[in-house]
Design a protein around this ligand. Structure first.
Ligand code: NAI
Ligand code: MG
Length: 487
């Protein structure tokens, strides 16, 4: 086995601080609900705070939408439906293109707000979240006048009012994934962002307003679980699109059973990242880091279970540990930061609890020495070895920077282990052999399988899961389908 020369890792670089400026960013002290083309006060006059998870300071207050407010938003969407759905696809496309361009124009501001409100590194919000969100609008704007080509010889009709509930891990991007296909196909929308990260969706409401889209076509309301439940249970909502926890997904499936509501669910995951002995090891190590430490591990398709072929396991784990020592944990607004703040205190507790569970179950932990900023929610990149299929940290979604490592000898063994999970969202395969890649993609029960890469997203390719990871696809041609019906 190849031995690593340890000296090459000793000369680690140190970086000066490189904070992104916040001067160009405009955040109001308080935000209202965007209903029927206007910002309106919540009916009970209640507001709640959203915090910066890297210093626990309040950023702004946002409105808490009650059942009455949800009803107002759904009614507005209902009234707007006829006009919007009867508009030509070309005209609808113009508004969606306009939204895409406005996001691009204000990309810097969006990136900073995303990192302030949610804790993710500015490098990610700047290079991934915001550009991809604009991409989604561009991509679906292009479909708006080509729906008859998307569904040849069939006449696709919009479903009606779509209720869309999104999580806190990719706030603007998830809003784009939901809004763009719904609008392109002629539906009207009531969208609710997550309670810890509402700000970019509210900024998006400003842009949507600026685009001149007819009033009531898009309504953006804020609140927590109760507001979400009021959307789900509203009798005049025709379609629900949800991304979030498997628990809430199950509740929504029950709540919509026996109704005419169309439903798509994008839930949790426990992705297998599989490294064969013939893989390019250094690239694979980068891939492992990206698979589990991207966005602090708050990623439903994270590669949180690593399977390494036994013959290269020691080498891979040693290289991985060395690489983890160089990861910079800290200020999300610093351009050097690799791992930002954990999104909320609640999520930090969840992660810390899983780390305890892993230790109690006999796992062997490794964490590099990290210096954390004083306040805020921080978690070191973490790996566990000496774990097996029955360990809870191998079976359950942690949604944090915690990797569980197992080894394997044969293809059949790793396929069986990889598929032995209630989830089925993502997987990664690292090998030099194309035939092995094709074999594995056939065998793995996962909606997305990456080959020699991980966590790559593209507006043109479908994303979604099997089993408890949910159903329905977002992105690509497939992403139009949940928003149309045929007569
Ligand atoms: P959550 O599922 O409670 O939150 C997601 C969204 O659903 C938020 O907008 C929330 O306000 C809304 N919501 C909550 N209860 C609802 C209800 N009864 N009806 C309708 N909408 C409701 O997720 P939470 O508690 O923030 O995170 C818990 C765990 O869920 C995480 O640790 C992670 O494992 C998983 N998760 C998975 C995500 C994914 O992308 N698949 C995203 C967020 C969380
Ligand atoms: Mg926040």
């Amino acid at each position: 086995m190849t031995k690593i020369n340890k000296n090459i890792f000793k000369a680690a670089w140190s970086y000066d601080e490189a904070p992104e400026s916040t001067e160009h960013v405009q955040i109001k002290k308080q935000y209202d609900l965007y209903i029927d083309g206007k910002f309106v006060k919540p009916s009970k006059g209640k507001y709640f705070a959203t915090f910066n998870p890297s210093d626990h300071k309040e950023i702004a207050k946002v409105a808490e939408a009650t059942k009455e407010d949800v009803d107002k938003a759904v009614k507005a969407a209902n009234r707007a439906f006829k006009g919007w759905s009867e508009l030509s696809g070309k005209e609808r496309g113009k508004y969606i293109f306009r939204i895409a361009r406005l996001i691009q124009e204000r990309a810097r501001e969006f990136s900073v707000i995303e990192s302030l409100d949610g804790g993710k590194p500015i490098r990610e919000s700047r290079d991934i979240d915001i550009p991809l969100a604009a991409n989604h609008f561009f991509y679906y704007a292009g479909w708006a006048d080509k729906l008859e080509y998307a569904f040849p010889n069939r006449k696709p009709k919009p479903v009606g009012v779509a209720g869309q509930i999104i999580p806190w891990n990719f706030p603007l991007l998830m809003a784009a994934w939901k809004l763009a296909p719904a609008l392109a196909t002629g539906n009207t929308v009531v969208l609710k962002p997550a309670e810890t990260t509402p700000l970019t969706a509210l900024k998006l409401a400003e842009i949507i307003h600026e685009s001149g889209i007819p009033k009531g076509v898009v309504n953006i309301i804020t609140g927590a679980g109760e507001t979400g439940a009021a959307i789900v249970n509203h009798p005049n909502v025709d379609k629900i699109a949800f991304t979030g926890s498997t628990g809430v997904g199950k509740y929504i499936q029950k709540a919509t059973a026996g109704t005419n509501k169309k439903l798509t669910l994008e839930l949790g995951g426990k992705g297998a990242n599989i490294i064969f002995e013939d893989a390019a090891i250094d690239q694979a190590v980068e891939g492992i880091v990206n698979a589990i430490f991207f966005n602090q591990g708050h990623v439903c398709c994270a590669g949180s279970r690593l399977f390494v072929q036994e013959s290269v396991a020691d080498l891979v784990i040693e290289k991985l540990k060395r690489r983890m020592e160089t990861l910079i944990v800290g200020n999300p607004l610093d351009k050097n930061t690799d791992i930002g703040a954990i999104n909320s205190k609640k999520q930090l507790q969840t992660i810390e609890n899983y780390i305890k569970i892993g230790l109690n179950e006999g796992g062997e932990i490794y964490q590099p020495n990290c210096k954390f900023p004083k306040n805020g929610n921080w978690c070191a990149p973490t790996l566990f070895i000496n774990v097996s299929q029955s360990h809870r940290i191998v079976q359950e979604e942690i949604f944090g920077p915690v990797l569980a490592i197992q080894t394997f000898r044969t293809i059949d063994e790793v396929v069986e282990k990889a598929n032995n999970t209630p989830f089925g969202l993502s997987a990664g395969v690292w090998t030099e052999k194309g035939s092995k890649i094709f074999h594995m993609t056939q065998k793995l029960n996962a909606g997305i399988v990456w080959a020699n890469t991980f966590n790559k997203f593209d507006a043109t390719s479908p994303f979604g899961g099997y089993k408890e990871s949910g159903f329905g696809r977002e992105g690509g041609l497939h992403g139009l389908k949940p928003y149309v019906k045929f007569e």
